[in-house]
Ligand binder design. Sequence first.
Ligand SMILES: C[S@@+](CC[C@H](N)C(=O)[O-])C[C@H]1O[C@@H](n2cnc3c(N)ncnc32)[C@H](O)[C@@H]1O
Length: 213
Amino acid sequence: MNDEWYERRKRKLREMYWGKEKNPFLPSGFREYPQEIYDFFLSFIDHPGKVIDLGCGNGLLLRHLVENSRYELIPYGVDFIEESIEQAKREILPEFATNFTVANVRDYVKMMPDEYFDFIFFDPYHLHPNDLQEAVEHVIRACKPGGKVIFYTYRDVLRVLRVLNLFKLRWIGWVGDLLPDNIRKNLRRFDHSEVSVGVFEKEKGKSNNNLEF
Ligand SMILES: C[S@@+](CC[C@H](N)C(=O)[O-])C[C@H]1O[C@@H](n2cnc3c(N)ncnc32)[C@H](O)[C@@H]1O
């Protein structure tokens, strides 16, 4: 279901990232290296472990985390654009090539092992709204107790969504507004000028923080 929606988005993104313009940062959605934004993401990493970026582009964010964190991190990445994953494997993080997968995030999250990842970066905008609830449940399931799910959406995307949703009388102010109510209520909100973040901390000793799905 919704396959056509994902295909359309993938085609559009592939044209943007892998069209005529050659720029090493484009397959991650940037024209210049986003040092400040990536340092902001880095600030959420507070222990060693496995980190996955669901919609990783060519793996630039993951490499930034691995190279700049004071904790030892094992990176994993998923993207539905084959060229981007190929570049991540070949050029960006070749020593972790086997941890990169070409897949739709919607499908990949269903196969993630229970309580496996310490840090999960997840942008709800990557999913069709009808797939979001189930995907979020899987993401929380796959997060290790004591770990974090870092929900994020870039501000340029949020601005577009805000305008579109005004017609539906729905206010989109931050990433939490894209997520199910029970999740939003459990997020710590962080406002950066370029990206909106909501962090879900999975408590130790509880399988899903008593969230009712
Ligand atoms: C703007 S880039 C962000 C890359 C990286 N996470 C970062 O912040 O630098 C978003 C990436 O998500 C990927 N993406 C979007 N929807 C996806 C989906 N449903 N499944 C897999 N990848 C998806 C796009 O192909 C693109 O490479």
